[in-house]
Design a protein around this ligand. Sequence first.
Ligand code: 7PJ
Length: 259
Amino acid sequence: MGVLNVTPDSFSDGGDYSLVNDAVLQAKLMLEAGATIIDIGGESTRPGAAKVTIEEELARVVPVIKAIRADSAALISIDTSKPEVMQQAVNAGASLINDVYALRKPGALEMAASLGVKVCLMHMQAEPETMQQQPEYRQVVDEVGLFFEQRLQACQQAGIARENILLDPGFGFGKTLAHNLSLLAHLATFKQYGCPLLVGLSRKSMWGELLGKKVDERVSASVISALLAVVNGAAIVRVHDVAEMAEALTIYKALQYAD
Ligand code: 7PJ
């Protein structure tokens, strides 16, 4: 899964047209590099990021989804917590809802159920603005597992089929480095729920803390940790560096077919 952020950065002042065009080009490059899913997000969930309105988020993501849908068979994922964005993204061609709030925002559960597409339920402690202030768990692996059980039950009651659900422990979302490492080490325990596991470890600040690397120096850490996650049971890895990840996965697959 390649990450496609459709959010203006401080270096770009080209307006919405170039934002959308750049995103479509970036998606093409990721697909050529081996991605099979493109995860499109119009609102940053980083700590301290500015909130965007529904209208702004739709204006960013819908044209990108339509453009990718028009010239590829890629699976399109919409990274959002807003029911209205879920609906219009699916209408435009998305078939996976990637929600860092795990459908806990008002109306999200009902919307995902009525759309009938796949959903990724991610664990997060607290809210993006405050989550890294003082993450605290008695036992992080158990507590994330309990959260999955509660959300799976809520989904079942809302009529979301179990085969449409993916689970994600949410690396970096209300977790210290020690919490993140515990979750990665014990990732395989989450296979007990029978849902594919998705992980996002790409360029995250945990690698800055462990290795002292700046964000643009975290490619090796991202690829190595994602490969370890796959060995430990992850079905989908959410990455920025698609070509490098594809190489690692090609090696891993080749070993599985070796005599
Ligand atoms: C994740 C995500 C993740 C899922 C982000 C970043 C922060 N969605 N969206 N899992 N992370 N499912 O990429 O650093 O870990 S945004």
